[in-house]
Design a protein around this ligand. Structure first.
Ligand SMILES: NC(=O)c1ccc[n+]([C@@H]2O[C@H](COP(=O)([O-])OP(=O)(O)OC[C@H]3O[C@@H](n4cnc5c(N)ncnc54)[C@H](OP(=O)(O)O)[C@@H]3O)[C@@H](O)[C@H]2O)c1
Length: 304
């Protein structure tokens, strides 16, 4: 199915002469950006993950802080929001809030496809479009390598039809890394999404360099190891040398390590509080650690 310019305009997806031109960015210029290899479109290096904290949201009291996170994310120039059909209420909450505060055009919405069989996959895609309340989703990735060949086939057709801009695959399990790598070698993909953190650097050995070789954008999930890194440094002060790369908090320490990897396009910290949003977006500003400093950060965390 092809989307008409009128439908896309109505949904606020396009405003200019070309349907898939990236939206005009205002304040986003102040956040560090990376180019998506397959198109050259730029994205800020820090996005938002919606697993867990967006999954069981049923009341206005629960929604209110998330609305404020989205509003300030957009105002600060943030763009990438990652969600999934399997994250309970997350897609619905994102879709409702984005529509309500009218920020669809400035965002890059990424969701996933986790289904077995072509028809089940298509039904899930239709559900994601309905929940996210948009005729176009920026990125859909096969979730955790479920029925990869079949689902990638559908995603390619939908990309061709203009409903999806980018396609990819995700994992957050080390046991899937070998199959993940094989899929990266065999398929043409715009993006991969993988687990990588200062204390979980396995993807840095082969997967991230392979993504660079294959011209694939990289999104990083579990950048704090679901909070594990904060527990590791509990009660400890930042080392004084963290100021050499403009790092003011532990969250920025962990995120700057990730986004200073040359293959990484953006990191997706789970963010449901404005206080965390402001902190995490700080990792997309100022200097980033160089290769020597990254080794120092690794030794520091390994020595805890
Ligand atoms: N296979 C896949 O495709 C896959 C798998 C897993 C995750 N993901 C994606 O990756 C995203 C990130 O994973 P995640 O959310 O599970 O884990 P995470 O980002 O590694 O960690 C999130 C935790 O960090 C805390 N946090 C966030 N910002 C903070 C800050 N500035 N200071 C202190 N604590 C902070 C949060 O605290 P609170 O608990 O207090 O909010 C939350 O517990 C997910 O949301 C999802 O979008 C994808």
């Amino acid at each position: 199915m092809q989307w008409s310019r009128r439908e896309l305009l109505k949904a606020g997806i396009v405003g200019g002469a070309s349907i898939f031109l990236p939206p005009t960015l205002g304040l986003a210029d102040s956040l560090i950006q990376r180019k998506i290899p397959s198109t050259g479109e730029s994205l800020p290096v820090i996005g938002i993950g919606t697993a867990r904290r967006y999954e069981a949201v049923t009341t206005e009291t629960e929604r209110a802080p998330l609305r404020e996170v989205m509003r300030q994310f957009k105002e600060t120039g943030g763009r990438v929001i990652d969600t999934a059909p399997s994250y309970g209420t997350a897609e619905t909450v994102v879709g409702d809030l984005v529509a309500e505060i009218k920020i669809r055009e400035s965002l890059f919405i990424a969701t996933k496809l986790g289904a077995r069989g072509r028809d089940v996959g298509i039904a899930q895609l239709e559900q994601s479009f309905k929940r996210l309340r948009t005729p176009m989703i920026d990125l859909i990735a096969v979730h955790n390598l479920q029925d990869t060949q079949t689902q990638l086939g559908t995603l390619r057709q939908w990309k061709q039809a203009g409903r999806i801009r980018y396609i990819g695959i995700t994992t957050s399990f080390e046991r899937q890394h070998t199959e993940f790598e094989q899929t990266m070698r065999a398929e043409a993909l715009d993006f991969i999404q993988v687990d990588y953190a200062l204390d979980n650097r396995k993807a840095g050995q082969r997967i991230l360099p392979l993504a660079a070789d294959r011209g694939m954008g990289v999104m990083i999930n579990l950048p704090f190891g679901r909070g594990r890194l904060f527990t590791a440094v509990q009660g400890k002060s930042l080392p004084p040398w963290a100021s050499e790369f403009d790092c003011a908090s532990w969250a920025q320490f962990f995120l700057k390590f990730i986004v200073s990897h040359p293959a990484v396009t953006c990191a997706l910290p789970g963010t449901a509080k404005v206080e965390y949003l402001v902190d995490n977006l700080g990792a997309a500003r100022g200097r980033l650690p160089d290769a020597a400093m990254r080794r120092r950060m690794e030794s520091f965390i390994d020595g805890l």
